[in-house]
Design a protein around this ligand. Structure first.
Ligand code: UT7
Length: 328
């Protein structure tokens, strides 16, 4: 794919302490534990303290990733934060994180690709390193989705949680690292999953607040169909580009939106469930944070060894999707 081999030097994750269980949701909207578990696979999610914003979660994940990579923040050349829940419109969450970390020489920007944001971020970072422009790049997926979730809407409020995952990218020995990226978008499906309020189209007004336009709106069934289609195809295209057979996948790290979507991707790739990193039962859907948190946990649990072939695949609002194949 590229001249320099680029890979992941360290991973880190952070999830807030507070758990929101299905039983608690039963008290909030017309739903039940059985429906949530059977239709989504989710049992609980984490919710940030009111004092915490996305950059605080990102910071915790980032210091762990830096430690695991064995580098210090002042060595970072670039910080990319993928998020749909920035601390504020601007400055970017990446700039706020740069200050918290003391990463003085790092450039910093946020990236908006919803749940595919982390994979888009990896592709960006890998490109910067492969061209020789940068040596170390921090890529973070961090979200406080609880701040944009409508807890009166049972179609969405059961799904989302807060958390952050981070990785440090740099040069790795030849033969290892990223083998391919496949990114895609279909703006025609933009209205299936979105927040309208607060932007330049629907600025914040008393009316926009009353109409609950600052919360996630979703057409669950259509997003589900799109997800089932694109998870399999994106993973297959990334495998083909990497020249790796699906039978040789050691670990699949999918976006964590719904266990049934993950199962359909596993079926399409002929993989048993043990070959997937799954954490949505504990965290729900954390958008851009789902994949890096699942990756960090797989590393912590010793599920990833040198030479293993990993497939990362996600989809989300935009619509967007992305997949990557890497050799650990
Ligand atoms: O990161 C990407 C973000 N989003 C996604 O990936 C979402 C993808 N979509 C999904 O995961 C699923 O579509 C959902 C979990 C959102 C919904 O599951 P579903 O199997 O597609 O359910 P449905 O929307 O077709 O609804 C089935 C029934 C409906 O009742 P009727 O019309 O059949 O009487 C809903 O009103 O289930 C009802 N329902 C609920 N019942 C209990 C919807 N939400 C709930 C709920 N509790 N929370």
């Amino acid at each position: 794919m590229m001249g320099t081999s680029v890979g992941i030097l360290g991973t880190g994750k952070y999830v807030p302490e507070r758990r929101l269980t299905n039983k608690e949701l039963e008290q909030m909207v017309e739903t039940n534990e059985e429906w949530i578990v059977s239709r989504t696979g989710i049992r609980e999610r984490r919710i940030a303290e009111s004092s915490q914003a996305t950059s605080d979660l990102a910071y915790e994940a980032s210091i762990r990733a830096l430690e695991a990579a064995g580098i210090t923040a002042d060595q970072l050349d670039l910080i990319v934060v993928a998020t749909i829940t920035p601390d504020m419109f601007f400055p970017s969450t990446a700039c706020i994180l740069q200050e918290k970390l003391g990463a003085k020489k790092a450039a910093a920007f946020d990236l908006s690709a919803a749940c595919s944001g982390f994979i888009y971020g990896l592709a960006n970072a890998a490109g910067f390193i492969a061209t020789g422009m940068y040596r170390y790049v921090l890529v973070v997926g961090a979200e406080c989705l609880s701040r944009i979730t409508d807890y009166t809407d049972r179609n969405t409020c059961i799904l989302f949680g807060d958390g952050a995952g981070a990785v440090v990218l740099g040069e790795v020995p030849e033969g290892r690292g990223f083998k391919s990226f496949k990114l895609g978008a279909d703006g025609a499906g933009g209205d299936l999953l979105r927040i309208c309020g607060g932007g330049s189209r629907v600025p914040s007004t008393e009316q926009s607040v009353t109409e609950r336009r600052h919360f996630i709106e979703m057409n669950g069934r259509d997003v589900f169909k799109f997800a089932v289609r694109v998870m399999g195809s994106a993973a297959e295209e990334a495998l083909a580009a990497a020249g790796i057979d699906k039978a040789d996948i050691d670990l699949l790290i999918p976006h964590q939106a719904n266990i049934r979507i993950i199962q359909s991707a596993l079926e399409r790739l002929d993989l048993p469930e043990e070959k997937a990193a799954i954490n949505l039962d504990r965290y729900g859907n954390m958008s851009s944070a789902s994949i890096p948190v699942a990756l960090a946990e797989a590393v912590e649990e010793g599920r990833v060894s040198e030479g293993d072939r990993l497939v990362l695949v996600g989809f989300g609002g935009g619509l967007t999707w992305g997949a990557s194949v890497l050799v650990w």
